[in-house]
Each structure stands twice: as structure tokens, then as C-alpha cells.
Design a protein around this ligand. Structure first.
Ligand code: AMP
Length: 226
């Protein structure tokens, strides 16, 4: 199945996507993680996108679409099943994705829309820390590590993301409302949206997403094998 996760920064897209991947249906592809990998490895693309990312601004569409195309098109020209986390974030990106999938004879099955208020997002992200080794995400209030500053999973160092300061988070939220929210109508008009309230604990959100996907497959059995 080819799925998109839509929602503001901090809505829990990464956690939900990892869970959907674990259900065995598709690969979790996060454009933010792919870009951060380029930053860490100091690649030419990483050097090109650093200033946008540190300012909490979107990377230009053309660079982002190229990154996604290189990741999802296999050597044999087919497209693997995926759950996209953080892409598309603009109408031109959504159109480019439709065009790319159409060229390969496939399409999006559903768009999971995670819904949460701006104030909850600001609270969440101001207490978020991430493992610099394996990428595991913690929240100092709701999911603290066992030892302060150290990842439970791999022992790596925990750090704040450079773009999680309150001012940058507010800027990312403003960008979400302006540039990404139009996608709700874009996909809604094609009846692809699965809205899920993600204001509660991560486990609750995950259960709701799993339920929504089960209902989707029950209503469209063809998707179970697509
Ligand atoms: P994320 O981890 O999804 O919050 O992404 C972190 C940063 O990566 C964003 O603030 C953007 O600078 C960049 N980025 C990730 N995905 C996209 C996208 N689809 N379009 C443009 N920029 C992106």
C-alpha cells in the first residue's frame, strides 16, 4: 500500500509511520530524516539544504521531489510500498508525486491526517529530545529516557533538534498552515483522507491509525495485496 502521513510538525508522524511499517505493509520514508542524513554526511545536497532546515523553512520543491524519486523508484523501475512521512508538504510536491506514481502505473491508497492543536505541538516539541545515534525520539515529560541524556535503545547521546526551539517551531507551524494545509482539500476532494485525532498519548494515536487502516482494507480488499 502507498500511504501518506499528513499533519503538523510534532503531530507524531514519525512514530505512527514506524508503527505502520512494523505492521509489515510498507517502508517508512521520512524526507526530514533523509535530509538530516545528508547534513550529517556533509554531502553536496546536505550543504545545499542546511540553511533552509536550520531556519525551519521548506527545502525547494525540486530538490525534495528529486530526493523522494531517488528513494522510492527501485532499480527495476517499480515503486515499493511506502508510508511517506513529511512529504508532500506543498501542492507542487503532491502534483509531482501523482505524476511520478502515474508514470509507474500506481497511486496513493490513503492519506492519514493527524490532527492536533498548535499549542499542544509547541508544548510537545519544546520537551522533545532525539538520539544522535539511532534517531529514537523521547519526550522529557511523557516518555523520558531511563538515564538523562542517554538513549535507552543504543546508549547514544540525546540532543534537541536545532529546529525545535519555540521560535522555529512557531515558524514551522505557520509554514504548515500556509503551504501544507491546502493538501487537505487536494486529497479530500479525492476521498483519500483518513482523519485521526493525535492529541492524546502516542499509543492511543497508533491504535486509532491501525483501526482506520483495518477499516480501509475491509472496505477495499484489493489494497491488502497492492
Ligand atoms: P521534519 O523532520 O519532517 O520536520 O523535516 C525537517 C526539515 O526538513 C523541514 O523543516 C524542512 O526544512 C525539510 N523538509 C522535510 N521534508 C520536506 C519537504 N517535503 N519539503 C520541503 N522541505 C522538507
Amino acid at each position: 500500500m502507498k500511504l501518506i502521513l499528513l499533519g503538523p510538525p510534532g503531530a507524531g508522524k514519525g512514530t505512527v509511520a514506524a508503527n505502520v511499517e512494523a505492521l509489515g505493509r510498507c517502508h517508512h520514508i521520512s524526507t526530514g530524516d533523509l535530509f538530516r542524513q545528508h547534513l550529517r554526511n556533509d554531502t553536496p545536497l546536505g550543504r545545499e539544504v542546511r540553511s533552509y532546515m536550520e531556519a525551519g523553512e521548506l527545502v525547494p520543491d525540486e530538490l525534495t521531489v528529486r530526493l523522494v524519486e531517488a528513494r522510492i523508484v527501485q532499480e527495476d523501475g517499480s515503486i515499493e510500498d511506502f508510508v511517506l512521512d513529511g512529504f508532500p508538504r506543498t501542492i507542487p510536491q503532491a502534483e509531482a508525486l501523482d505524476e511520478l506514481l502515474g508514470r509507474h502505473g500506481t497511486e496513493i491508497a490513503a492519506v492519514i491526517l493527524l490532527q492536533v492543536s498548535d499549542e499542544e505541538i509547541v508544548n510537545r516539541l519544546s520537551s522533545r529530545v532525539v538520539c544522535t545515534g539511532c534517531g529514537e525520539v523521547y519526550n522529557l515529560n511523557s516518555k523520558p529516557p531511563q538515564v538523562a541524556g542517554v538513549c535507552d535503545s543504543c546508549g547514544g547521546r540525546l540532543d534537541r533538534r536545532a529546529d525545535d526551539s519555540e521560535a522555529t517551531v512557531r515558524q514551522r507551524l505557520e509554514g504548515y498552515h500556509r503551504q501544507t494545509e491546502p493538501l487537505i482539500d487536494y486529497y479530500g476532494s479525492r476521498d483519500l483522507l483518513l482523519p485521526v485525532d493525535s492529541s492524546g498519548a502516542p499509543a492511543k494515536t497508533q491504535a486509532k491509525v491501525a483501526q482506520a487502516l483495518m477499516e480501509l482494507i475491509a472496505s477495499r480488499p484489493d489494497l491488502a495485496h497492492s
